[in-house]
Design a protein around this ligand. Structure first.
Ligand SMILES: O=C(O)CC1=CCC(=O)O1
Length: 92
């Protein structure tokens, strides 16, 4: 099952620069492991925003929820998920 997720990041003001950097480093590691496993098939920055679009290939809604809620920055992200179905005009 394919899902497109949009994640908007908003860190609260009380976090220090060091805490933010630590979240970002752990996020990068978790994201890399998802990409190596093939569960995350790509991630793109939304131009001009602290946001991304990322593509997931998972077995179930529950698996996707487990993956998304495992992001270290999950408490600081607003996530919108779009389930994807094959387009009738798609050649792939
Ligand atoms: O968009 C970001 O920087 C936050 C993020 C979520 C997953 C990821 O790899 O980075």
């Amino acid at each position: 099952m394919l899902f497109l997720a949009r994640m908007d990041v908003v860190f609260p003001d009380h976090l220090t620069a060091e805490q933010v950097a630590d979240f970002q480093a752990r996020e990068k590691e978790y994201s890399a492991s998802l990409q190596r496993s093939g569960k995350m098939q790509g991630i793109w920055r939304v131009v001009g925003e602290y946001a991304n679009h990322s593509l997931y290939n998972v077995e179930s809604n529950d698996e996707l929820h487990e993956i998304l809620s495992g992001f270290p920055m999950y408490p600081y992200m607003k996530i919108k998920v779009t389930p994807l179905a094959k387009h009738p005009n798609s050649l792939v």
